[in-house]
Design a protein around this ligand. Structure first.
Ligand code: PMP
Length: 439
C-alpha cells in the first residue's frame, strides 16, 4: 500500500473505533486526526504522511528525555524477559520497585522518603486524597476530610482529581463533583486564609497546589507564596500536597519545582517525567513523619492499591530514565535552555503588539495574546489560530483558552539545544506574523 493509502485507512479506522481522550469528538469525526505519529527522534516526531514536526510540548509535558531512546526500550526488554510484572499486594515486592523507591527518596527534597506507586497523575491525586484522610482518621481526627485546591489548578480526571481541578469546564462535563472539595483563588494567601476561616481547620485534611500550574496556563507561583502556604498549613494542622506531575524531574530547571521555593510539602505527587512517558507510572511521596504514623497507627490492611502499583517493568524504565536525566545533566540543561526560550519569547513580545505577558521557568513557558490597543483579551480567542499556523510550519504547541485566558503554552523536551530553541522561536515568529495579517 502507498503511504497515503495507509494514512487514509488509519484515519478511517480512527474515526470508527478510537474515542480520543480530551478531544472534540465531532471534530475528529468531521476532519480526522490532524496527525497520526509513527516515529520520533530527539525533539522531533514524524507522522504517517512523512511530515516531521518539532514537539514544543513533549507530548503532554512528559517526554522529558526526548523520543527514540533505545536505552529505555532495552531496560523494558530486559525486565520483561526476566519478570514483566508481579503484584505488590500483601507486602510482596520486586527489585525495580524497591530500587526506584529508594532512588526517589534520594532525589526528593527534605524527608520525603517513602512512595506509593500508581500508573499516572490522576491516580496519584486520588491516592493522596485518600491517604491524607486516612492519616487524620488514624490520628483520631476523622472530620478532617476537605481538600482545598486552587482555581485554574489541574489534577486529572478521576472523580476525585476532577473535583480538585479548578478549571470549571471539567466539572460541567457531568455536573457531579465529589463532596469535600473547595477551591480558592490562584496563588492568593488571603483567599486561602478566608477559606480556612470559613470551612474550619478541623474539617480540612490538606491544601493541594501545583508550584507551577500547567494545564491552567503555566502560572508560576510568585516568590514567597509557597513559603507562606507552608507556614499557614503548619499553623492550622493542614497537610500540604504539591502536585508535581508536570513539574517533577527537571521540567522547571530543578529536579522538583518545590526546590525553587525551598519548601518541603508533606506529600509530593509525580507521574509523567518519571518515565518520560515511555511507560505509565506515577506515585505519591510522603514524609517520614506521615509514613511513620501510617505504619504505627494502622491496625488492618491499607485497602488502597492498584494492580499496577510498583509495576516491575515500569519501575525499571523509571530507573533508567532517571539515570539518563542525571548522566546528561538534563535538569541543568532545562534551566539553561529555559533562559534561552524566555529570551526568545521576549524578542517576539517586542516584535508583535498583540503579545501580552510572556513567562517561563526552566522549560515550561507561556505567551499571552492581548488586543494591541486595549491590552485586554480579544473578543474571540487568538491562541488557537497561532497554534494552527505553528503546526502548519512544523511546530506542535498547545493553547489554554478558558475564563478569559488566551495563551499558547510550551514544554519542549529537556534535551532541546540552542539551535532547536531558535527553530521553535523562528516558527513561532512566522506563525504570529501569519495571524497578524488577519487581525
Ligand atoms: N496533575 C497535573 C498537574 C497534571 O498536569 C496532570 C496531567 N496533565 C495530572 C495531574 C493527571 O495526570 P494523568 O493524566 O497522568 O492522570
Amino acid at each position: 500500500m502507498m503511504k497515503t493509502d495507509v494514512h487514509e485507512m488509519l484515519i478511517d479506522l480512527d474515526k470508527k473505533h478510537f474515542i480520543h481522550p480530551t478531544s472534540s469528538l465531532k471534530q475528529q469525526h468531521e476532519s480526522g486526526a490532524p496527525f497520526i505519529f509513527s516515529s520520533g527522534e530527539g525533539v522531533y516526531l514524524t507522522d504517517t504522511k512523512g511530515r516531521k514536526v518539532l514537539e514544543g510540548m513533549s507530548s503532554l509535558w512528559n517526554v522529558n528525555i526526548g523520543y527514540g531512546r533505545k536505552e529505555l526500550a532495552e531496560a523494558a526488554y530486559e525486565q520483561m524477559s526476566k519478570l514483566a510484572f508481579t503484584n505488590s499486594f500483601s507486602s510482596m515486592s520486586n527489585e525495580p520497585a524497591i530500587r526506584l523507591a529508594a532512588k526517589l527518596a534520594e532525589l526528593a527534597p527534605g524527608n520525603l522518603n517513602a512512595v506509593f506507586f500508581t500508573s499516572g497523575g490522576s491516580e496519584s491525586n486520588d491516592t493522596a486524597y485518600k491517604l491524607v484522610r486516612y492519616y487524620w482518621k488514624l490520628k483520631g481526627l476523622p472530620d478532617k476530610k476537605k481538600i482545598i485546591s486552587q482555581k485554574k489548578g489541574y489534577h486529572g480526571v478521576n472523580i476525585g482529581a476532577t473535583s480538585a481541578t479548578g478549571i470549571s469546564p471539567f466539572h460541567t462535563l457531568t455536573n457531579s463533583p465529589a463532596p469535600d472539595f473547595v477551591h480558592v483563588d490562584t496563588f492568593s494567601i488571603d483567599s486561602l486564609k478566608a477559606c480556612i476561616e470559613k470551612e474550619g481547620a478541623d474539617n480540612i485534611a490538606a491544601f493541594l497546589t501545583e508550584p507551577v500550574q500547567g494545564a491552567g496556563g503555566v502560572n508560576i507561583a510568585p516568590e514567597g507564596y509557597l513559603q507562606e502556604v507552608r507556614a499557614i498549613c503548619d499553623e492550622h494542622n493542614i497537610l500540604l500536597i504539591a502536585d508535581e506531575v508536570i513539574t517533577g524531574f527537571g521540567r522547571t530547571g530543578k529536579m522538583f519545582a518545590c526546590e525553587h521555593y525551598s519548601v518541603v510539602p508533606d506529600l509530593l505527587l509525580f507521574a509523567k517525567g518519571v518515565t518520560s512517558g515511555y511507560i505509565p507510572l506515577g506515585g505519591v511521596m510522603v514524609t517520614d513523619a506521615i509514613h511513620r504514623e501510617l505504619v504505627e497507627r494502622s491496625d488492618g490492611t491499607l485497602l488502597h492499591g492498584y494492580t499496577y502499583s510498583g509495576h516491575a517493568t515500569a519501575c525499571a524504565v523509571g530507573l533508567k530514565n532517571i539515570e539518563i536525566l542525571e548522566r546528561e545533566n538534563l535538569v541543568e540543561n532545562s534551566r539553561l535552555m529555559g533562559e534561552e526560550l524566555l529570551n526568545g519569547f521576549k524578542e517576539l513580545q517586542m516584535e508583535f503588539d498583540f503579545i501580552g505577558e510572556v513567562r517561563a521557568l526552566g522549560l515550561i513557558g507561556a505567551i499571552e495574546m492581548v488586543h494591541p490597543i486595549t491590552k485586554q483579551r480579544f473578543d474571540s480567542f487568538i491562541a488557537p489560530r497561532v497554534s494552527e499556523e505553528a503546526a502548519k510550519r512544523g511546530l506542535i504547541v498547545r493553547t489554554v483558552v478558558f475564563e478569559g485566558m488566551d495563551t499558547v503554552v510550551f514544554s519542549p523536551p529537556l534535551i532541546i539545544n540552542k539551535q532547536e530553541v531558535q527553530e521553535l522561536i523562528s516558527i513561532m515568529r512566522a506563525a504570529l506574523a501569519a495571524v497578524q495579517e488577519e487581525l
